[in-house]
Design a binder for this molecule. Structure first.
Ligand code: IMP
Ligand code: MG
Length: 236
C-alpha cells in the first residue's frame, strides 16, 4: 500500500495584529482604492489592481496568480478601519456581516476597530458549486435590533450587486438610522444593480478570485492571500 500523500501547505505570512496596528498612518494605500474610498466613484480599467506575484508552488495548478498578498491586505484593512472609526465615532454602530465569505476580512477589520459596536450576521448563499450567480438563499436571519442604529454592512465582494441589493431590501424595513456598505473587493465591470460600496478595500478586474474567505465550491477560503482561480478549473 502506498504512503498517503503529504498534506499540502502554504506559507502563512499574515502579519501579527501588533504589526498591523503599528501601521496607523499608511504610506502605501492602493492608489485606486484610496481614490475610491468614501467617494463612491467607479474606477476605469487602468486603475484596477493587476495580478502580480506567483502563488506557492503547491497551488500553481489551481491558483493562477496572487492578486493581493497578505501584507497588502493587512495594510489596506487597517486603513479602512481607521476611516470607519472616524466616520462612526459617537454612533450606535451595528456591524452586519454576510456569511461565509467575510470570515477573514471581518476578523481583521474588527480587530482594527476600537469603537463600541454590536455584531450580527446574515447568512446568504449566492452560488452553488460554480462561479455563476444563482438564486439567493438566506441561511441565517439577523437577530439584533437595528432600528435607529447605524448599520455597517460588510461583504467579501461586490460583483453584480444582487446580493447586497437583496440584503439592503431586507434591512431597510427594519428602519436603521443609516446603512453603509463595506466590501473587501469590488468588481465594478460586473455590476448589474445600481449599487456602490461606501468603503472598498480593492477594486479588481473581472477575474474569479479565491482566498482570504472567498471560495470556489467552498474551497480555498483559508488561503491567506487573494488569488486568481485558474480558469481551467471551472471552464472544464
Ligand atoms: P453579487 O451578488 O453578484 O454581487 O455577488 C456577491 C457574492 O458572490 C459574494 O458575496 C461572493 O460570495 C460571490 N462572488 C462574486 N464574485 C466572486 C469571486 O470572484 N470569487 C468568489 N466569490 C465571488
Ligand atoms: Mg461565495
Amino acid at each position: 500500500m502506498s504512503a498517503p500523500a503529504p498534506a499540502r501547505r502554504w506559507p502563512l505570512t499574515c502579519p501579527r495584529p501588533s504589526a498591523i496596528r503599528s501601521n496607523a498612518r499608511l504610506p502605501d494605500l492602493e492608489p485606486a482604492a484610496a481614490k475610491e474610498l468614501g467617494q463612491n466613484a467607479l474606477l476605469n480599467s487602468s486603475q484596477l489592481l493587476k495580478p502580480s506575484a506567483k502563488p506557492p508552488q503547491v497551488l500553481r495548478n489551481e491558483i493562477e496568480s496572487v492578486l493581493i498578498s497578505a501584507p497588502r491586505l493587512a495594510r489596506r484593512i487597517n486603513a479602512l478601519a481607521r476611516r470607519i472609526e472616524t466616520d462612526f465615532a459617537g454612533r450606535d454602530l451595528v456591524v452586519v456581516a454576510l456569511l461565509n465569505g467575510t470570515v477573514m476580512f471581518l476578523a481583521d477589520l474588527l480587530r482594527g476597530l476600537s469603537l463600541p459596536l454590536r455584531l450580527d450576521f446574515i447568512g446568504v448563499s449566492s452560488y452553488g458549486a460554480g462561479i455563476r450567480p444563482g438564486d439567493l438563499i438566506f441561511t441565517k436571519e439577523l437577530r439584533l435590533d437595528v432600528r435607529g442604529r447605524d448599520v455597517l454592512l460588510v461583504d467579501d465582494i461586490l460583483d453584480t450587486g444582487r446580493t447586497i441589493s437583496r440584503v439592503m431590501a431586507k434591512l431597510r424595513p427594519l428602519e436603521p438610522r443609516d446603512i453603509k456598505i463595506c466590501v473587501l473587493l469590488d468588481k465594478p465591470s460586473r455590476r448589474e444593480e445600481r449599487i456602490n460600496a461606501d468603503y472598498v478595500g480593492f477594486a479588481i478586474p473581472n477575474h474569479f478570485v479565491v482566498g482570504y474567505g472567498l471560495d470556489y465550491a467552498e474551497r480555498y477560503r483559508n488561503l491567506p492571500f487573494v488569488g486568481v482561480l485558474h480558469p481551467q478549473l471551472y471552464k472544464a
